[in-house]
Design a protein around this ligand. Structure first.
Ligand code: UTP
Length: 293
């Protein structure tokens, strides 16, 4: 049986201004959570959900992402010579053999909608996933797997959503929707970064999408929206006039690793579970808790 969704698109061409200066010369998506970069967690989630074509939408200063998923002959030879078997495996098998990585350049950071549109020549006429690597979501099954299951049943675009305090609505795309079941909603509207008073609900879109290829027709027509950027949200609002769009309130813990606080929280939680450092790190935190203000 062929997988329902083959292609995962990773827009990684943003400027990452909230993490300057570290993002001046290296991509935000290469920030590590303990010992793995954010982009690797995202790729592993897509591969785990059955996807075999990884499409990275890159910009300037993103070479490190290409290098990360490429072969590193000198490093591999050195690790082999030193018999560092497990490290060798870790750097050699970044993606399984049946998975391909494709890089598309977004010439200018014109917005997330524009970045997704850059994937059109590779995606073609199939449904596809979009993953924002700075939204790290921990859970089993993964959020993307949950969404693939929803797509398999309904054959509609699916957006991952989570409930937020209304005062945070100006940081997100917010949906208006009717509940179909416990976690599944049918959209009737979507707005980018509304003021709390204008937010149509407390359901905010986070960085996982499954989208039908019809979206491209709308993305190519929309102009600049909120913040002067070509917004994915505006493309989805137009798609909604033509076909049903679903939202899935995922089960899992999300870390907003595009913000310093979310990034630090993710590192603490993942370190407390990391086999190499968990015990000593927990002891350090206990000691720290008694002295911290
Ligand atoms: P963000 O809104 O988080 O922007 O983009 P950013 O530039 O990455 O970070 P800040 O806000 O300046 O700190 C959401 C996602 O869309 C991608 C980003 O790489 C990120 O994954 N993106 C954004 C693009 O690929 N191209 C764009 O033109 C804009």
């Amino acid at each position: 049986m062929t997988a329902p969704i083959r292609t995962a698109v990773f827009p990684v061409a943003g400027l990452g201004t909230r993490f300057l200066p570290v993002t001046k010369a290296s991509p935000k998506e290469m920030l590590p959570i303990v010992d793995k970069p954010l982009i690797q967690y995202a790729v592993e989630e897509a591969v785990g959900a059955g996807m075999t074509q990884m499409v990275f939408i890159t910009g300037r200063n993103k070479r490190a992402i290409e290098d990360h998923f490429d072969k590193a002959p000198e490093l591999e030879a050195e690790l082999e010579a030193r018999s560092r078997v497990s490290l060798l495996e870790a750097v050699r098998n970044m993606v399984p053999k049946n998975v391909s990585c494709i890089y598309v350049r977004q010439p200018e950071a014109l917005g997330l909608g524009h970045a997704v549109l850059c994937a059109r020549p590779v995606v073609g006429h199939e449904p596809f996933a979009v993953i924002l690597a700075d939204d790290l979501i921990d859970g089993s099954p993964s959020t993307l797997q949950q969404m693939v299951d929803v797509y398999s049943e309904h054959k509609r675009s699916v957006l991952a959503v989570q409930r937020i305090p209304k005062e945070d609505s100006s940081k997100y795309g917010v949906i208006r929707a009717d509940a179909i079941s416990d976690r599944l909603y049918s959209l009737s509207g979507i707005v980018e970064k509304p003021k709390p008073a204008d937010a149509p609900s407390d359901l905010a879109v986070v960085g996982r999408y499954i989208l039908t290829p019809a979206l491209f027709n709308y993305l190519e027509r929309i102009g600049k929206g909120t913040g002067g950027e070509i917004q994915l949200t505006d493309g989805i609002a137009d798609l909604l006039k033509a076909e049903q769009v679903l939202a899935w309130a995922f089960e899992g813990t999300r870390y907003d690793c595009g913000s310093k606080l979310g990034y630090l929280m993710a590192n603490v939680d993942f370190a407390l579970r990391h086999p190499e450092v968990s015990q000593e790190f927990a002891a350090f935190l206990r000691g720290h808790a008694s002295t911290a203000v």
